[in-house]
Ligand binder design. Structure first.
Ligand SMILES: [Zn+2]
Length: 321
């Protein structure tokens, strides 16, 4: 998580015009294709699948001071637009790039020869109505001075801003809470289009929930510990047969299962569990190596009453007996 806040002065007629042109009205990525190196263009495309992104740019400044500050700006920082003694909007710095071509295209060439080339793309644009004086008081700045220059706050001041004024990115919340999972599942149900991408979203959210934000977890079936990449959130009851309410019962409907065999054996019904959590092995499992694998996993697992319901469904419908 990045704890960094940047002030973007945006009170002059010129900067307000820029704000309207490229933040309020996001830039169509197709419009700047060809002005950026392909790798950066693709990166933006991946970050903004909707094909448009809010953009901002700063000039180097008389002694290059803004360039240095821009250099310190990190992806994930929260940028605050300040003008008229207010912070009126914020965005998350999603990508940074230097491009005179894009700057000139978006805002026109600048008379003084200083393009707004130190650029960044912003996600999660939110509107605010925060007096800059309140913010400055919180970070120990002298009162009575307007926000004059582009400025990147140090970590402790940034943290004060983020916490006291609720400016953190929504994506920073870690581990994902029930609301995130609920949102991911709702998003899944909303549209059948883009099915796989959404399925992945649900899978990632569920798995992160089961992992509790840690990078490692324990397979429910073999009880071995693995890195997150070797574990999946396996639906105890086949997902396709779950009602919407069951899909959203994320505390009970899924378990962590390893990709080294447990997920596969369970999903295909070669193993199942009795109501008391005793391992059941299908008679149809003839494969010698698979049988040897199953012989090495615990005979019993602990299941809650809520999970037992889903294991019952699996035993009756998926388990090969
Ligand atoms: Zn396992």
């Amino acid at each position: 998580m990045v704890d960094q806040v940047a002030f973007l002065p945006c009170g002059s007629a010129e900067s307000l015009e820029h704000y309207e042109q490229t933040v309020q009205q996001p830039v169509l990525l197709s419009e700047i294709k060809g002005l950026l190196p392909a790798a950066m263009f693709d990166h933006l495309g991946a970050l903004f699948p909707g094909g448009q992104a809010a953009m901002w740019g700063v000039r180097s400044g008389a002694r290059g001071e803004n360039e240095t500050r821009w250099g310190n700006l990190r992806e994930g920082s929260i940028a605050l637009f300040a003008g008229g003694w207010k912070v009126f909007a914020s965005g998350v710095v999603a990508a940074k790039f230097r491009s005179k071509k894009v700057a000139d295209h978006l805002w026109g060439a600048n008379d003084d020869g200083q393009p707004w080339q130190f650029m960044f793309a912003l996600a999660e644009i939110r509107e605010h109505d925060l007096p800059t004086e309140t913010l400055k008081a919180a970070i120990g700045d002298k009162p009575g001075q307007p926000v004059l220059g582009f400025r990147v706050l140090d970590e402790s001041r940034s943290r004060v801003c983020l916490d006291e004024f609720g400016l953190r990115s929504e994506r920073d919340v870690w581990p994902p809470g029930p609301a995130d999972i609920d949102a991911a599942i709702r998003a899944l149900d909303k549209l059948e289009a883009d099915y796989l991408a959404r399925r992945r979203l649900e899978q990632d959210a569920l798995r992160s929930f089961l992992l509790g934000g840690r990078g490692v977890g324990r397979c429910k079936i073999c009880e071995r510990e693995y890195g997150a990449g070797f574990l999946v959130a396996a639906h105890i009851k086949m997902r396709a047969k779950c009602t919407n309410t069951e899909k959203r019962d994320f505390r009970n409907i899924a378990m962590l299962a390893c990709k080294f065999g447990c997920d596969e054996l369970y999903e295909r019904g070669y193993i199942g569990y009795s109501p008391t959590g005793d391992l059941l092995v299908s008679r149809t499992l003839r494969d010698a190596n698979a049988s040897a694998y199953v012989a090495g996993i615990p005979r019993r697992i602990v299941l809650s009453a809520e999970q037992a319901r889903y294991f019952d469904w699996h035993r009756a419908n998926t388990f090969k007996g």
